[in-house]
Design a protein around this ligand. Structure first.
Ligand code: SAM
Length: 292
């Protein structure tokens, strides 16, 4: 086996060889602990039948572990300066395709169709750039890509919000959006010391397993998400106050909102954080006729 990229010594050697300097604006915190990488890949449950999508390979630390564990890796990297480095560090592997693209702008579905022909099970595995973790995860889920799930490193604080249960302080529209598409769990807490440079925040790895179908039936998904976002606009406000102030023409439609709340069996004085996902679905379905 080749010498791991993700040791402090080898990472520093590579950085020096290429005169590479980190760009904070691109969320560049590279992993320098092969054990952590091994654990991340283990949680993804990859086999030689699997495809893997990586966002932000950096100098290839995680990429090479994915290449060893899967059939093929496709990695999106926005920073052009890293391309010649990756060419060099990943030269021992013949099952990696690096794409110089901003993942937020990329047509991931088309890339998957082109790159993963004949591969059924694809996982997204990444140490995400922290300035865009939520947009990346939501994009990959909302585009309904043929992926099995995601195992990704992100800020612990965001991981806590994603996996939060109703009635807790971290529960909000992000928890609902992600738990609507996936079963979410935090699988590792990761110390700052395994990165260079060290990030300012603690990190965690979450596993998101895509559901075959959503856990609740909603008449209109966009409206369901509008209702959940509106309900948390001001956490201390009641659900009635948030909905009247946030929904289009909400103030004029206060009576309709009250009727819908009654129909859904939800007290207008409750706060958004106390509603479960099935309760939000019932509420959104009751409100929808008044707002469509
Ligand atoms: N995978 C490497 C590791 O674990 O050491 C690097 C992870 S680093 C946290 C995030 C990487 O994402 C960087 O290489 C950065 O250049 C890249 N990146 C940032 N924004 C991106 C975007 N919008 N699309 C693709 N890659 C991006």
């Amino acid at each position: 086996m080749n010498r791991d990229i993700a040791t402090p010594v080898r990472t520093k050697e590579i950085m020096q060889k290429y005169g590479f300097s980190f760009k904070k604006s691109l969320g560049q915190n590279f992993l320098i602990d092969p054990n952590i990488l091994q654990n991340i890949v283990g949680h993804a449950g990859l086999t030689k039948e699997h495809g893997a999508i990586e966002i932000g390979p950096g100098i290839g630390a995680l990429t090479e572990h994915l290449a060893r564990a899967s059939k093929k890796v496709v990695a999106f990297e926005i920073d052009q300066r890293l391309l010649p480095i990756l060419d060099d560090t990943l030269s021992p592997y013949d099952n990696i395709k690096i794409l110089h693209k901003d993942v937020l702008k990329a047509d991931v579905e088309q890339v998957m169709a082109e790159e993963f022909a004949g591969i059924e099970d694809v996982m997204v595995v990444a140490n995400l750039p922290y300035y865009v973790t939520t947009p990346i995860i939501l994009k990959l889920l909302m585009e309904d890509l043929p992926i099995k799930g995601l195992v990704v490193m992100l800020q612990k604080e965001v991981a806590d919000r994603i996996a939060a249960k109703p009635g807790t302080k971290n529960y909000g529209s992000l928890s609902i959006a992600i738990q609507y598409y996936t079963e979410a769990s935090t699988v590792m807490i990761v110390p700052k010391t395994v990165f260079i440079p060290q990030p300012n925040v603690d990190s965690a790895v979450i596993k998101l397993v895509k559901r075959d179908k959503p856990p609740v039936e909603v008449t209109n998904e966009d409206f369901f998400f509008t209702v959940t976002r509106s309900s948390f606009a001001q956490r201390r406000k009641t659900i009635l106050n948030n909905l009247t102030s946030q929904l289009p023409d909400g103030k004029e439609k206060k009576e309709d909102i009250l009727k819908a709340l009654e129909q859904a069996g939800i007290e207008p004085s409750r706060r958004g954080e106390s509603l479960s996902i099935p309760e939000f679905a019932t509420l959104a379905n009751a409100l929808y006729p008044y707002f469509s």
